[in-house]
Design a protein around this ligand. Sequence first.
Ligand code: HEM
Length: 252
Amino acid sequence: MRRTFAALAVGLLTALPAGAASAAPTQAPGCDVVTAELTWGFKESFRAYIDGSIANGEWTVADGATYDTPDFGFPAESGRVDPRQPNGSIAFAGSVRFTGHGGILDTTVARPVVVIHPDGTGVLLLDVSGPTMEGDQVSVVEAEFLDIDLTGQNLTPVDGVIRIDAAPTTLTSDGAVAFPNYEAGTAFDPITVVADVGDCDLTGQPIGTDTTGDTDTAGEAGMPWLLPAIGVAAVAVGALVVALIVTRRRRP
Ligand code: HEM
């Protein structure tokens, strides 16, 4: 009887899929951004043109953006990054309004978003509005404005901080439509991102799958059958223990 009980108990437990014994919920690997800043000069030659003798203009920052020569600063609104793939995005607040030529030039760029793709490429999305040099009116939201070259960037958090240091950028084809004075491929100023991710724990399931279910996790979302299976096993083991005790008591 004892051998039967032991074999049955072992059988029940081993019948449970791997990972069932360590069913503690795991934290998703993506890091929520606590605070972050995007530092970016937009385009040095454009700034020189604006505040030089041709455009006789200026720029003004709003909605949280700052300017400290030669860079604009944009504070993060929200963001989530998985440094291991890497993968994610950080959205920033703030706007910069460039004016010149007595008001004929009046372009506002706002709300940049840094997107990091798993293939190692990056994109900067941007809202752009205002008249072009040809007099057409542009108004785009979250346009893919710049390609970001992330080659050599290590996105592993150091002391809770993820850094993208002076990553080179070039104008995309959509960017050239939104800002038509430059051709696609034109170099813009490099971007620097400093993102505080606190004490983010990188174990668990991939970014974006924590609420939809994932096979890498032992959490409820990934293995909905797990808790019922453990319950059934516990009841079966309990019944066997009772049976064992009753059998022993009946022995002469
Ligand atoms: C009265 C109207 C305008 C005049 C007379 C004018 C004139 C000029 C001139 C002479 C340049 C060449 C600057 C240089 O090579 O150093 C230039 C460049 C440029 N203009 Fe205008 N412009 C006008 C309106 C606009 C408008 C509405 C925009 C829209 C954003 C614009 C955007 C640009 C840009 C992006 C450059 C290139 C700056 C650079 O990176 O060197 N301009 N403009």
